[in-house]
Design a protein around this ligand. Structure first.
Ligand code: IFM
Length: 450
């Protein structure tokens, strides 16, 4: 029996500007924190940078054709802030032209554009003034949103304010493994609130004419020993910092009180001003969920140290599941748990799975073709979890495979490949992988095979 998805379900793939575009110094694009960070020795595997990435900026036509060939009816991309706003805060027309060509090309092919405003490429000029640790950055983000929306709001219905603010704040300002590479727990805490303020401000700029959402990377979090109070409390803290610190203000208009307690020593509440939570908690049209794995944690010594600020005694403990090339455990039922939790614990909203996918050590043949059975299985098992959630009443409207293309995987550089299409980084030729061909048949049938 095939497993059919609801009529009108969106079958998409996702990318992000810095990971695919390249053309880092072309047509007036200014520097972002990722340009600066990736040039610093030792930050990125193999000394890679996103200067050329997958050269999507120049290969737009080929990539649009690729999307059509994969039977996509939706495409999620991000706009590069430093490409469309220059260092004086003025509009860079040439940068905007690129996104107009992209959006028009998508619409001509019947592919619905899903636009993300912030996928981590903060203009360096704003980092020089404090970055996300500084409250003014939220207002600059609102100004940038206005520019993007005035130009593209007539053709793009689906707007996402932020991608994974957890990573931008905690990995960028706490763990220092993402740009701007700061290891300042207090700045990370400030960045969480200022990113959410930026989300709320952008939401209000876009208004009600279009659909607005935010994309969060959500995880099921389990204690290594559910009978050990120390582990149970470690799981609570991680769930707080990873999931609830974003879900609660956005969907309920308040930070969770236990998380406020956990972050008290970092001065988190000092940043919350009157009116902020009303702005942050303004109703949304959809929630974007990025899902890759789950967390299994202990508060006892042992395991890996992770990036949960203010939780230095919490460690991740492997549970012996198969892992992807990122070392992330495969836990498809965790996607069901995340979706079901949203359905039962939060005000119900339509959900889009805005990212799901896996890196494996692909081996292309002489024609660039990759028989990536592991990735195809990963996608299928997660899609079955989505279907189970839909059957349980969760309003999931679409699924975006991460990623359309092999690309610049942040600190891992080009060594970790997530694409359903292979990219030869010497010739930039794109070749759909076995997983991409399989995904195209699923998208066309709007159903999973038996
Ligand atoms: O590549 C990233 C993406 O930019 C954000 N979500 C997770 C992906 C895989 O690490």
């Amino acid at each position: 029996m095939t497993v059919a998805f609801p009529e009108g379900f969106l079958w998409g793939a996702a990318t992000a500007a810095y990971q695919v575009e390249g053309a880092a110094a072309e047509d007036g694009r200014c520097e972002s924190i990722w340009d600066v960070f990736s040039r610093q020795p030792g930050r990125i595997a193999n000394g890679d940078t996103g200067d050329v990435a997958a050269d999507h900026y120049h290969l737009l036509g080929a990539d649009l054709a690729l999307m059509s060939g994969l039977n996509l009816n939706a495409y999620r991309f991000s706009v590069s802030w430093p490409r469309i706003v220059d260092d004086d805060g003025a509009i860079n027309r040439k940068g905007l032209d690129f996104y107009e060509r992209l959006v028009d090309g998508l619409l001509e092919r019947g592919i619905r554009p899903f636009l993300t405003l912030y996928h981590w490429d903060l203009p360096q000029r704003l980092e020089n003034r404090g970055g996300w640790a500084d409250r003014d950055t939220a207002q600059h983000f609102a100004d940038y949103t206005q520019i993007a929306h005035e130009t593209l709001g007539d053709r793009v219905h689906d707007w996402t304010t932020l991608n994974e603010p957890y990573c931008a704040a905690l990995l960028g300002y706490g763990a220092g493994v993402h740009a701007p590479g700061r290891r300042e727990p207090r700045a990370a805490a400030a960045a969480v609130h200022h990113l959410l303020l930026a989300h709320g401000s952008a939401r209000s700029v876009i208004g009600d004419r279009n659909s607005v959402g935010i994309t969060l990377n959500l995880y099921p979090v389990d204690p290594a020993d559910p009978n050990d109070q120390v582990d149970v409390d470690a799981a609570r803290r991680v769930d707080g910092l990873q999931n609830r610190i974003f879900l609660d203000p956005v969907l309920r208009g308040a930070y969770p009180s236990d998380v406020l307690g956990d972050l008290e020593a970092l001065g988190f509440t000092d940043h919350i001003k009157p009116g902020d939570l009303e702005l942050i908690g303004a109703p949304l049209d959809t929630l974007g969920v990025n899902y890759y794995t789950g967390h299994h944690v202990t508060g006892r010594p042992g395991g890996h140290t992770a990036e949960w600020i203010g939780s230095e005694h919490v460690h991740a403990v492997p549970r012996g599941l198969p892992t992807t090339a990122m070392g992330w455990e495969e836990l498809p039922e965790g996607l069901f748990r995340v979706l079901n939790r949203l359905h039962t614990e939060y005000p119900r909203l339509p959900v889009h799975i805005t990212e799901n996918g896996a890196a494996y050590d692909d081996v292309p043949d002489a024609h660039g073709y990759v028989e990536d059975h592991a990735r195809r299985w990963y996608l299928e098992r997660h899609l079955r979890a989505v279907e189970t959630a839909i059957g349980a009443g969760v309003d999931v409207r679409g699924y975006f495979a991460w990623s359309l293309l092999d690309n610049f995987e942040w600190a891992e550089g080009y060594g970790k490949r997530f694409g359903v299409a292979h990219v030869d980084f010497d010739t930039f030729v794109r070749t759909p992988k076995l997983s991409g061909r399989w995904y195209a048949t699923v998208a066309r049938a709007n159903a999973l095979p038996e």
